[in-house]
Design a protein around this ligand. Structure first.
Ligand code: D41
Length: 676
C-alpha cells in the first residue's frame, strides 16, 4: 500500500523533531523533553517506517540511532559493535522475552529455572575501556554502537577507572564496557554550587554524566563527581573467559574494575520479577539513578547460541520502570496557603501518568523558584515524580510556549481569606497576614491561641480543634466562648464531666494578661518574651496598635523585622475585627502604665541606629545601654538620626549615614559618650 501525503508529512515532521532533540541532547547537553517522550517519537517513526518501507531514507534518524560524534573529539571505530538493549515495558513483555529464549534454546518445559544475571540499569552514559597488557589505552563513548568518540583523557579522571589492571591472567587485549554515571549526592552538590555561582545547572544526573564525559578539557571532567560500573566484556585477544557472565563479572572485579554491587544471579522469570520488585522498592535509596533492571542469560554458551537480531542480543533485555519524567501542559498556577500561612505556588496540570501514578498538580516550591523557571499558564512543561517525592515542574519547554502568555505574579491578597500577603525582604517565603482570621491557618492558629503560654485553655486538644474547625463550629476564634456543654458532651470520648470542665476552662481563660493575649494572637516572630516586652513597654493594646515602626523598635529585643511583623498584623483590618470580637466575648486583662524606658541620662534626646557586629556586646546589649542612659534607638538611618553605632561588616546603613553626614561611632566611642 502506498503512503498517503498525510503520512509522508507525518514521517517528515517526526524526523525533524527527532533530529532537533538529538542535537539538543548530544551537541548542546540541554534537553527539552523527557526521554520517554523522545522514545515515543522514535517508536512512532519506526512503526510508520515499518508499515511503509518505501518511505525509509538513508538519513532517517532510525537508520543511525545514537549520537553523531562531536567534531571536536576524535572518532573511534568499535571493532566489535557495542550492542543495544531491547526494552520490556511490562511483565507480559518480559514473559514474551523469556518464552523466546526458552524456545530458541529448545527447552521443552519453558525453562522455569533458567539462570539469569540481573543488575540495575544505570541511567548514565555507555562507555568502552580498552586495556592492552593491563594498561588503559583508550576510553570511548558508545556513540551509535559502531562509531564513538575518543574520551580517553576524560575517563582517566574517573577515580574508579583503573589506569592499570590488578593481578594477572587478564587477556593481552581486553575491552570492557560499562556505564559512567554521576551519583545523586554528587549531582545535587554540583548543582548547588553551580547555582550559587550563577552557573549552568544540569537537568538530571544522566545529562551531567554525558556532558562531563564530552568535555574537551579533562580538568573540567576531573571536577565532576563521576563513577563507573563495568557490565560486560567486548573485544578480547590472547586470553579466555569463564563460562558464565556472573563469573566474568567477578573476574573483572578481581582485576580492579568496579562492578555494580547489586548484581545477582536469579532463576527464571519469577526470579527476575522478584529482583525487579526488590530493586524498585529500594530505587530511591541506591544513591544513583536507574531506569530499570537488565537481565542477561548467565551462560555464555547459551548467549552464543541465542545470538542477536539487528543490533540487540537475544539473550538480554532491559525491564524498564515507569518513566519519572513526562510532558504535560499547565492549566493554571495557583497559590496554596499552608497551615502556617506560607503561600506555595502550585501548577495545575493536564493529568499525566508519571512515576507510576497520574499527576495533576506539581509544586513550584516558592515564588523565587516560580520566577526562575518562569512557568506560565499554557506552557508545556517537564514534570518529574521520583519515588514518593511530591511531583515537581523541572522546566518549561520554551519552544512550545504559546504566544501571548503572561508572567505569574505573587498575589497581593491571600487566595483563601483576602488578607494582605507579606514578603519580608530576603525571605523566600511569602505569607498571609490573616492568622486567626484565615481559614487555612485557623486550626493551627487556634491551637496556639489556647496553648499553655497563651490563653491556657485546659482540655481543648489539637484533635478537637481540628474537628471543630472542619465542622465550621469555630469560624471565628470568638466562637470558642460560645461553645456549649451539650454540643461538646455529645462528642466521642467526651463525657459530661469533661465537657463541663472544658466549658469552665474556656470561661476562665477570658481573664488573661496583655502579654498572654499578644502572644496568643500568633504574630510571626512575636514569642513569649517579645510579647512580654511589648506589653510592659506600651501598657495597653491600643498603644501597641498605634505604635510606629520607630516606636516599636524602642522595645528591648524588637528589631526592624519584628517591628514590621507587628505593624503588618495590626494594619490588617481582618485582624482588628477578630480582636474586637474577642473583646466583645468578654476577654479582658488589667492594663498597666506604660513603662517606657527613657530615663534621664547623658543620652537624653539623642537618637541612635546600631549596625554591624560590635566587638564586645550584642546589638541588643548596646540598645539596652543606650536606653538606660536616656537615648532612643531606631531601626533605620534618617535625617533625624544623631549617631550611627557601626561594628564590623556594616553595610547599607553605614553608607546612608555617611551620605546624610550622620556621625558614626564605634563601640568605644559609644561607651565614652554613655559615660560608663
Ligand atoms: O546499566 C546499564 N545501563 C546497562 C547497559 C547494563 N547494566 N547492561 C547492559 N548490557 C548491555 C549488553 C547486554 C548489550 C552487554 C547495558 C547495555 N548493553 C547498553 N547500554 C547502552 C546500550 C546498551
Amino acid at each position: 500500500m502506498n503512503a498517503s501525503a498525510a503520512i509522508r508529512k507525518k514521517v517528515e515532521s517526526l524526523r525533524e523533531q527527532i533530529r532537533y532533540h538529538n542535537y539538543r541532547y548530544h551537541s548542546l547537553d540541554d534537553i527539552e523533553i523527557p526521554d520517554a517522550e523522545y522514545d515515543r517519537l522514535v517508536r512512532e517513526l519506526q512503526e510508520l517506517e515499518e508499515e511503509h518501507p518505501e518511505l525509509v531514507t538513508d538519513d532517517s534518524p532510525t537508520q543511525r540511532v545514537g549520537a553523531e560524534p562531536s567534531s571536536a573529539l576524535a572518532t573511534v571505530q568499535h571493532r566489535l559493535p557495542m550492542l543495544s538493549l531491547d526494552n520490556a515495558f511490562s511483565e507480559d513483555e518480559l514473559r514474551d522475552f523469556h518464552a523466546r529464549v526458552a524456545e530458541k534454546l529448545e527447552f521443552e518445559d519453558g525453562a522455569p529455572d533458567l539462570r539469569y544475571s540481573a543488575e540495575p540499569k544505570l541511567d548514565g552514559a555507555a562507555v568502552s575501556l580498552l586495556y592492552e597488557d593491563g594498561v588503559l589505552v583508550r576510553g570511548a563513548t558508545r556513540g551509535d554502537g559502531t562509531t564513538g568518540e575518543d574520551i580517553t583523557h576524560n575517563v582517566r579522571t574517573i577515580q574508579s577507572v583503573p589506569l592499570r589492571l590488578l593481578g594477572e591472567g587478564f587477556p593481552r587485549t581486553l575491552e570492557v564496557r560499562g556505564e559512567v554515571f554521576m551519583p545523586r549526592a554528587g549531582f545535587e552538590a554540583y548543582n548547588k554550587k553551580a547555582r550559587q555561582a550563577g552557573e549552568k545547572t544540569f537537568v538530571n544526573p544522566r545529562n551531567a554524566a554525558a556532558g562531563s564525559l564530552r568535555q574537551l578539557d579533562p580538568r573540567l571532567t576531573a571536577e565532576r563527581p563521576l563513577d563507573m560500573y563495568v557490565y560486560s566484556v567486548g573485544l578480547i585477544d590472547e586470553g579466555g573467559l569463564p563460562d558464565y557472565h556472573s563469573e566474568v563479572i567477578k573476574l573483572l572485579q578481581a582485576w580492579g574494575l568496579k562492578t555494580c554491587p547489586e548484581s545477582r544471579v536469579v532463576n527464571g522469570v519469577e526470579g527476575c520479577l522478584r529482583y525487579y520488585e526488590d530493586i524498585g522498592a529500594r530505587r530511591d535509596a541506591l544513591g544513583y539513578d536507574i531506569d530499570g533492571v537488565v537481565y542477561k542469560v548467565d551462560s555464555l554458551a547459551m548467549q552464543r547460541e541465542l545470538g542477536f537480531i539487528s543490533r540487540a542480543p537475544r539473550w538480554a533485555i532491559a525491564h524498564k520502570f515507569p518513566a519519572q519524567e513526562e510532558l504535560t501542559t499547565v492549566e493554571a498556577v495557583e497559590f496554596q496557603v499552608g497551615r502556617t500561612g506560607a503561600l506555595t505556588p502550585v501548577a495545575r496540570l493536564a493529568p499525566v501518568f508519571v512515576g507510576g501514578v497520574t499527576v495533576s498538580n506539581a509544586t513550584l516550591h516558592n515564588i523565587d523558584e516560580l520566577h526562575r523557571k518562569d512557568v506560565r499558564v499554557g506552557d508545556t512543561v517537564i514534570v518529574r515524580r521520583a519515588g514518593d517525592v511530591i511531583p515537581e515542574v523541572v522546566k518549561v519547554v520554551m519552544s512550545r510556549r504559546p504566544s501571548k502568555t503572561r508572567r505569574v505574579h505573587l498575589p497581593k491578597l491571600c487566595p483563601v481569606c483576602r488578607s494582605h500577603v507579606e514578603r519580608i525582604d530576603g525571605e523566600a517565603v511569602a505569607r498571609c497576614t490573616g492568622g486567626l482570621y484565615c481559614k487555612a491557618q485557623r486550626a493551627e492558629a487556634l491551637k496556639h491561641f489556647v496553648s499553655r503560654k497563651a490563653l491556657d485553655v485546659d482540655g481543648l486538644g489539637a484533635k478537637l480543634i481540628e474537628q471543630l474547625v472542619a465542622e465550621e463550629r469555630l469560624s471565628d476564634p470568638s466562637d470558642l466562648f460560645r461553645l456549649g456543654r451539650e454540643e461538646l458532651s455529645s462528642r466521642e470520648r467526651m463525657g459530661d464531666k469533661s465537657a463541663d470542665n472544658l466549658v469552665r476552662a474556656i470561661d476562665a481563660s477570658r481573664s488573661t494578661t496583655l502579654a498572654r493575649f499578644l502572644y496568643a494572637l500568633g504574630i510571626r516572630e512575636v514569642g513569649e518574651a517579645t510579647a512580654t516586652n511589648l506589653a510592659s513597654y506600651f501598657g495597653s493594646l491600643q498603644a501597641i496598635q498605634d505604635a510606629s515602626l520607630d516606636e516599636l523598635t524602642q522595645v528591648p529585643d524588637v528589631g526592624p523585622i519584628v517591628a514590621q511583623r507587628v505593624r503588618s498584623f495590626f494594619e490588617e483590618q481582618h485582624n482588628l475585627d477578630v480582636i474586637e470580637r474577642l473583646l466583645e466575648s468578654g476577654v479582658y486583662w488589667a492594663e498597666s502604665k506604660p513603662q517606657q524606658v527613657a530615663e534621664e541620662g547623658p543620652l537624653t534626646g539623642k537618637t541612635f541606629v546600631i549596625t554591624g557586629t560590635l566587638p564586645s556586646m550584642t546589638r541588643d546589649e548596646a540598645k539596652a545601654l543606650i536606653q538606660r542612659q536616656g537615648g532612643k534607638v531606631t531601626g533605620s538611618v534618617s535625617s533625624k538620626t544623631d549617631f550611627l553605632v557601626a561594628g564590623a561588616n556594616a553595610g547599607s546603613k553605614l553608607a546612608k549615614a555617611q551620605s546624610l553626614k550622620v556621625k558614626v561611632l564605634d563601640e568605644a566611642d559609644l561607651l565614652e559618650l554613655a559615660a560608663v
